[in-house]
Ligand binder design. Structure first.
Ligand SMILES: Nc1ncnc2c1ncn2[C@@H]1O[C@H](COP(=O)(O)OP(=O)(O)O)[C@@H](O)[C@H]1O
Ligand SMILES: Cc1ncc(COP(=O)(O)O)c(C=O)c1O
Ligand SMILES: [Mg+2]
Length: 289
């Protein structure tokens, strides 16, 4: 582990009540040891899967204005990474890419992890339709790490997978667009064992598949993807190899889900699970495939 505490500019949603976007990722990232600079794309009362919410999408001009403010106090070069997730508009997405270019002037080694949160109306995750286009066409080309779920991977590849091997091929096809690694946070393919939750990591070094138990919930918790992307980036910045960061992330997220299930909560029990996030008791091995 490195001696300097890394800094991450995290640009995604904020919910006043509960956990999604920055409200799911910031506390766990800090708990594992990184400094987070939360920059909110929207401020909603609650996540969209409740079906109704209040609040607003924040103006895209805020992004360059806040980044310039940090530059003006001489701190922009301390930014080691940019994380983006839930966006309120495509204009915000473009502002993030401009901010990234500005940050890279100050710190050429800054990395960018993009969680391409797309609208999945069937699931109740509501994102402006233009955001999907922005993610497919523009963000993927610039990202160092891309963390889609299966449906987002399908959107990138414009098809659904036939098998696990096909998921690997689809994820590897994204490497050709530029990212160093692609983490598929949730796999779904014909023939997938029904008792397992599976994830995949692909990079130039290889392909790793990981399986953890599928837990039963009366309503599927939200924010799991945001927690996953945030912890993966945090562990990378702390100096772990992608495969090790992947295994840690799976274990820490599973600990949160166990706590959430134990409490019978709909919202993630991040505070109660904080020690388990920092020191997961479970361990899942990522297998090379
Ligand atoms: N071990 C698990 N058991 C049951 N459900 C899980 C488990 N891990 C994650 N989930 C659920 O799986 C879903 C993953 O959603 P998905 O759309 O694939 O990714 P994202 O969270 O990025 O939207 C979420 O509903 C999450 O609550
Ligand atoms: C405001 C907000 N942010 C982020 C998300 C993404 O959550 P997840 O991590 O489950 O993909 C959602 C999902 O509905 C949301 O409503
Ligand atoms: Mg998601």
């Amino acid at each position: 582990m490195s001696s300097r505490t890394p800094h991450v500019l995290a640009i995604q949603s904020h919910v006043v009540f509960g956990h999604a976007g920055n409200s799911a990722a910031v506390f766990p990232m800090r708990r594992v040891g990184v400094n987070v600079w939360p920059l909110n794309t929207v401020q909603f009362s609650n996540h969209t899967q409740y079906g109704h919410w209040t609040g607003q999408v924040l103006p895209p001009e805020q992004i360059p204005a806040l980044v310039e403010g940090i530059a003006a106090i001489g701190e922009l070069g301390n930014c080691d990474a940019v994380l983006s997730g839930y966006l309120g508009s495509a204009a915000q997405g473009r502002a993030i890419l401009e901010a990234l270019a500005r940050i890279r002037e100050a710190n050429p080694r800054a990395i960018y992890l993009c969680d391409p949160v797309m609208g999945l109306p069937d699931k109740g995750c509501i994102v402006a339709p233009e955001v999907g286009e922005f993610l497919l066409q523009e963000a993927a080309a610039v990202a160092d790490y891309l963390c889609p779920n299966q449906l987002e991977l399908d959107s990138f590849c414009q098809r659904s997978p036939r098998s696990l091997e096909d998921c690997v091929d689809m994820a590897r096809s994204l490497l050709a667009r530029g990212p160093k690694a692609v983490l598929v946070k949730h796999l779904n393919y014909p023939g997938k064992p029904s008792d397992a939750f599976e994830m995949l990591l692909v990079s130039a070094e290889g392909n790793w598949h990981l399986r953890r138990p599928l837990l039963a919930f009366p309503r599927q918790p939200v924010g799991v993807g945001d927690l996953t992307s945030g912890l993966f980036l945090a562990r990378l910045l702390l100096g772990e190899a992608p495969c090790t960061a992947f295994e840690f992330t799976a274990a820490a997220v599973h600990e949160v889900l166990l706590e959430t299930q134990h409490c019978g909560s709909y919202e993630l029990e991040l505070v109660r699970a904080q020690d388990r996030i920092a020191h997961p008791r479970v361990r899942f091995e990522a297998k090379a495939i």
